[in-house]
Unconditional design. Sequence first.
Length: 133
Amino acid sequence: MTALTRRPSVLTGVVLLALFGLVDLLSPWIFPAPADAPAIANTLTLVFGVLALVVLGVWLATGARWAMWVSVVIRVIGAVFSVMAFTDPTVSTGFVVANVVYLVLSVVAIVLVVPTLRAPSRDPGGTALTGQV
């Protein structure tokens, strides 16, 4: 485990990203797309959910920066999709509030994992990653 994966803030962000990946995976059943949405909408959220969980697993196993970048990009795409709820006058107030919470928590999750997106330390002693001097 790297020093970054031991940070409570990073782990909190990873857990949030994993929960959102799970919600995306289950979305066709718990939050199905509206009837007038393209048929591929539910399939896309399902694929994004699976992909998000897989890349988070890769990141946890290897610490690969690219995996966390893919996870963040998937979360941004999910957040953009949720913005559509604000433009639909037929959605309930509760659904709009849930989307606001979803957007805020998505931003929080991304901010918490930002340290994992930075370039790795060039210092062979690893002091930049561990914070030791």
